[in-house]
Design a binder for this molecule. Structure first.
Ligand code: AR6
Length: 172
């Protein structure tokens, strides 16, 4: 299994699962969340509402799974990144939890191919380099990492793409 870094729109992937950078309401929003709900259609929102009615949304750092509506992938794993408001070890842990808990759910669903966006680095303003280091470290340390065939880190902007490529080159 190798970790791939690709600059593209995550909604295009025909994988087992893509991860959504959602918010605690699970009702959609801007950024990648908006793109996924727009393209995926109302099936995803309906399942999110069912989860919300059952457990009151999704806490920061946690993850939930739905099917993918009109998207070409099979599942969407919705996780909620932390909002950046200055250096705080707790915020770093919450971002790591997003990757950890998404992989945990994916593993439980026998998902072998999965794509992640750069969680929290858009509207939630998490510093991109720090977020990338946390993402790579958490994914590499995941205990069942060998059960995945492809893990794709999707960069939507040039800055994240450069950061990830540099970190991968340095084997971080
Ligand atoms: N494909 C891949 N990556 C994307 C796409 C896309 N189609 N669109 C944006 N990105 P953001 P956050 C990148 O803001 O910071 C929403 O309103 C983007 O360039 O989507 O976790 C939610 O409802 C950035 O690198 O998520 C929450 O309220 C990364 O995805 C809030 O935003 C994450 O940016 C979550 O903020």
């Amino acid at each position: 299994m190798i970790i791939e870094v690709i600059k593209t729109d995550i909604t295009e992937f025909e994988l087992d699962a893509i991860v959504n950078a959602a918010n605690t309401s699970l009702l959609g929003g801007g950024g990648v969340d908006g793109a996924i709900h727009r393209k995926g259609g109302k099936k995803i929102l309906e399942e999110c509402i069912t989860i919300r009615n059952r457990q009151g949304g999704c806490k920061v750092g946690e993850a939930v799974i739905t099917t993918a509506g009109n998207l070409p992938c099979k599942f969407v794993i919705h996780t909620v990144g932390p909002v950046w408001n200055g250096e705080n070890p707790k915020t770093n842990t919450l971002l790591a939890n997003c990757y950890q808990n998404s992989l945990e759910i994916a593993f439980n669903y026998n998902i072998e191919t999965i794509a992640f966006p750069n969680i929290s680095t858009g509207i939630y303003h998490f510093p991109k380099l720090k977020a990338a280091e946390i993402a790579l470290k958490t994914i590499k340390n995941f205990k069942n990492i060998e059960s995945f065939k492809r893990i794709i880190l999707v960069c939507f902007d040039e800055e994240n793409l450069t950061i990830y490529n540099n970190l991968i080159k340095q084997n971080i």
